[in-house]
Design a protein around this ligand. Structure first.
Ligand SMILES: C[S@@+](CC[C@H](N)C(=O)[O-])C[C@H]1O[C@@H](n2cnc3c(N)ncnc32)[C@H](O)[C@@H]1O
Length: 403
């Protein structure tokens, strides 16, 4: 469950269904992620919660955490198990909500829903099974009291759509408990040639803060991260463990409550245009060098252009040369530092060396002997370093992913 660019949503859904058909039909096959009763116990399920689950259902468990830590379900609830798989959590939920409650088990993969249908055929009880996508729930608005989901959102191409759908079907005040895979650093390379990466590992997962932001954007409140686990340490594949480690992939258990109404357009716009979010986003995608160089260029030539234009318009603005020089020096050093930091990821010294030469040339022009050519040369070297850093970061990601 690692992030994929360059795929059509349909290709992703097909790849997901193919993988989880195998988990449903041949759970004993080797998978790159932990499966079965052993994984269930290691991820925190109490033994007495799973001891009465059918062996065949447990064998196809492919969850990533213990969402029930969120305690969202109550007796009498109508509960949705989103991405229910073979139905381990559905059966646990069915016991919690009791005879007066109802569990809707929804999954994209036919083999999973069929497996659960067969299991409950003789005694349907309080469970109904639906094959559908989380991005378009065939469930009426505000009819569900609680949602549980384990390991599904990271596999959904449009997470914002799925989260919006969860909000829509929940009643105001309804509760969500979620276990999912998240990453610390997004995957930026195109993984066009290899849909397997989406279904097996880190490529579908979102950065943890982005997932929490998406829940908040949709109108969820009281969003809490209850636990983080090194889920991929349980993977039998050394390659998956390496990829997961390199992107900081782990699982989280989250609880949240549906707010009274979905946020208005203005509120959404303000939340989504928060500059802190954008800075974080640029940094995570490896663009902090390019962005801080942009800032240095603005503080140098942008300020020059603005004061020039204002003078043409008859507005006189006095600019302290010392302050201006200091601003250019600081932003240039920042750009150099950000470009150099890429070395920690790709271990290639060229961007760092270009950035160091660029910073030196600009500082020379600022503090020792000004010449426009050394200033321009400095910025050009920084620009080359920033571009090379982005290219090297992408190459190192592609290598880690085995592309
Ligand atoms: C990692 S498995 C976990 C299954 C189950 N929750 C468990 O704990 O065993 C994820 C499940 O989500 C389902 N899934 C993936 N994408 C989905 C989507 N877009 N809509 C609904 N279910 C989806 C898969 O078919 C799979 O059964």
């Amino acid at each position: 469950m690692v992030a994929i660019l360059g795929y059509s949503k349909e290709q992703i859904r097909e790849a997901v269904q193919e993988m989880y058909t195998s988990v449903a039909r041949a759970p004993e096959s080797p998978f790159h992620f932990p499966v079965g009763a052993g994984a269930c116990l290691k991820l925190g399920y109490p033994g007495d919660q799973i001891k009465e689950l059918p062996e065949d259902t447990l064998a196809s468990f492919a969850g990533v955490g213990w969402p029930f830590r969120g305690q969202a379900l109550r007796p009498g609830h109508t509960t949705l198990d989103l991405g229910a798989g073979a139905g381990n959590d559905t059966l646990i939920a069915s016991r919690i909500v009791g005879a007066n409650g109802h569990v809707i088990a929804l999954d994209l993969t036919a083999a999973m829903t069929q497996k659960l249908q067969r299991l409950i055929a003789s005694n349907r009880g309080n469970i109904s099974v639906i094959q559908a996508s989380a991005e378009s729930l065939p469930i009426a608005s505000e009819t569900v009291d609680s949602i549980t989901s384990n390991g599904a959102i990271n596999l959904v191409p449009s997470k914002r759509l799925a989260i919006g759908e969860m909000f829509r079907v929940l009643r105001p005040g309804g509760r969500l408990q979620l276990a999912d895979v998240v990453i610390r650093r997004p995957v930026s390379v195109d993984c066009e040639s290899d849909p397997r990466l989406w279904v097996e590992c880190v490529v579908g997962a979102t950065v943890e803060e982005d997932l929490l932001d998406m829940l908040g954007d949709a109108g969820f409140i009281d969003i809490r991260v209850l636990k983080r686990q090194d889920y991929f340490a349980l993977s039998p594949s050394p390659q998956t463990r390496e990829i997961a480690g390199s992107f900081g992939a782990h699982s989280v258990e989250i609880s949240a409550r549906r707010g009274p109404r979905s946020p208005g357009k203005l509120q959404t716009l303000l939340r989504r245009s928060n500059p802190i979010r954008w800075i974080r986003h640029l940094h995570r995608h490896g663009f902090s060098g390019v962005a801080s160089l942009g800032l240095a260029l603005i503080s140098c030539y942008g300020v020059l252009a603005i004061t020039g234009l204002l003078a043409l318009a008859g507005v006189r603005m006095t600019l302290s040369p010392d302050l201006w020089t200091l601003a250019i020096a600081i932003t240039t050093l920042l750009a150099g530092g950000m470009i150099a930091a890429g070395f920690l990821q790709h271990r290639n010294p060229s961007p760092l060396l270009l950035a160091a030469a660029g910073v030196a040339a600009v500082q020379y022009a600022l503090f020792i002997e000004y010449h426009v050519l050394s200033e321009i040369l400095g910025f050009a070297l920084l620009g080359a370093g920033a571009v090379l850093d982005v290219i090297r970061r992408r190459k190192s990601e592609a290598r880690t992913l085995g592309l």
